[in-house]
Design a protein around this ligand. Sequence first.
Ligand code: ADP
Ligand code: MG
Length: 678
Amino acid sequence: MEIYADIKYLKGVGDKRAQLLAKLGVLNVNALLHLFPRTYEDWSKIVSIAQAPFDEACCVKAIVGRKPSAHMVRKGMTIYKTQVTDGESLLQITIFNNKYAADKLKVGEALLFFGKMPGNLYAREMLSPDIEKPEGKQRIRPIYPQTAGLTSKGIENLLETAFKEIGDNIPEDLPSWIKDEYSLIDSADALRNIHFPESHDMLDKARRRLIFEELLMLQLGLIGLKGRSKASTSAIVRQDCSREFIDSLPFTLTNAQQRSVQEAAEDLAKPYPMSRLLQGDVGSGKTVVAAALVYNAAKNKLQSALMAPTEILAQQHFRTFANFFEHTDITVDLLTGSTPAAVKKDIKARLKDGRLQLVIGTHALIQKDVRFENLGLVITDEQHRFGVVQRSELGEKGMNPHVLVMSATPIPRTLALIIYGDLDISVLDELPPGRQKIETYRIGSDKRERAYNYVKKHLDDGRQGYIVCPLVEEGETELAAAQEYAERLKEDSFLDYSVGLMHGRLKAKEKELVMAAFAAGEIQLLVSTTVVEVGVDVPNAAIMLIENAERFGLSQLHQLRGRIGRSGFKSTCILISDAQNEEATRRLEVMTNTNDGFKIADEDLKLRGPGDFFGARQHGLPDLKIADMLTDSNLLRETQAAVRTINAKDAALSLPENSGLKSAVARLFGTTGQTGMN
Ligand code: ADP
Ligand code: MG
């Protein structure tokens, strides 16, 4: 039988079963072989009745002592009881309502009984054990995910049949040098042992091989998707001048910042473009790392572009960079939708002839008709937006510039390796000194007035604060809700304070004015919709109140909270929520318990699952069947190394030895239904 043959041609599978299997994504034999067990039962280790553990499932081999007796306990409930012996001790077997299982117990026959064995030392008992004849079953047995109508045992039987029918027709997709170099067993051995392990050791080897294969294909596919070649670049930064810049700063870089600058500076010196993700929690100081690189590029006669996801953020970056480079000869300008036409024209002219060294803007603008004289470095401040497409579009702009992606949302490293599979990663895992934990509380809406008073206390002390508006109900507009909320505060609770309003419908110029007024301290309390989420930096802000906190996702709450606690002032975040449901409660608990963005991201991942994480699925990432992204980071690193080697030798996968890889990647990313790898 051929491995891609329709599953309905497998012995024991008719139309009906084929339909059930289809629900599990199994359309052909190959997909069946890749329907991996959820867990295993160890029937290979036979224990004596006397030595069996009390609360752990185990396997006993025993002879049936007498014919099971049936007792009807009530209508529709019959229990069957018998005794079995392993030659030393007796074991009571009780079966509920299963005449079929009871009839299997023939007096004098030796059988395997698998299950937990409660009771006490004198009277051991098994309730509804799994019972099998020993032939062929005294081994580690697979347990499969089940659907209605298909039991785990049913699937196990199908797999036994499949392996018999397929024989040696299991293709090997990995070239032999990879198997040698990374000590991987053959595909056929791996598939056999993942289902029917010869030993625990072979099971481990099978798992290693299959995880490796899965992660490898995924990463190769991602690289193909992103289309970034390791073409050569002329943007080589020969002279590392970052030290000069760092020494000019009013503060000392954290070790993490220094390490990240160094890692990136080394990349810039290479003859092919950098692709690096700079990952760090809110407030970890990513901007200054980026600035050091821009400085470096400029000193080597290369231009830089910084793309921000919103205008507010672009404006803020502009102020920050203008500040950083104030006493240097590096020229910085801002190009956004609201830049006046004449200024735009001038900026474009200066970019084209190289007079302007750093341009900051939103994604859209930089993609349009902007030409550079010598673009060497592109920085995207992506927040948690996944901009593969934008990234590659920029790569096409002229001359393969170096790319630094800043991500403000900590992603578990393993997941980052997958989502940003083609990027090297620098992590800022350390906050600048002097930062204090942001105290976070959850209260019910009945305590809102008290919370307002607490906010006022902060304002009276000279601090500033945010109130994040209630998210709107369906039908209501964000604008109306925010305006109404701000009006009420102005006329009532915060009559004596200056209250500003920020929302997504304001024109860019207006937003800028509001932000500038807030940054200058003219606005004490900023009522805002979530537009404030993105990287806004006002160090004097020390209190935040979030309405309807349950409606926000964990990462978003963390981002919002990151707007405060950005200086030495003690900061407080108050989450207002009347939510009762368990998941929301759990989320808010996570927020009150920790400030650590990586922990929060882990929790988020657990609550939402990797598929939902940052909408990864929307970007066409296939589900991983076997690789558990939270635990397989070592293997990920090994596969990354393999990917690099493959890429250096044969990026297009056109060598004969890589033909298996090529078709496997195509299957994984292409016609998913064909293989069940969906
Ligand atoms: P984020 O990683 O969230 O983008 P920023 O780059 O906005 O963080 O930095 C947060 C604040 O910390 C800024 O005001 C910045 O000037 C300051 N900062 C950055 N690095 C340091 C440092 N090493 N020591 C002191 N302050 C720093
Ligand atoms: Mg930032």
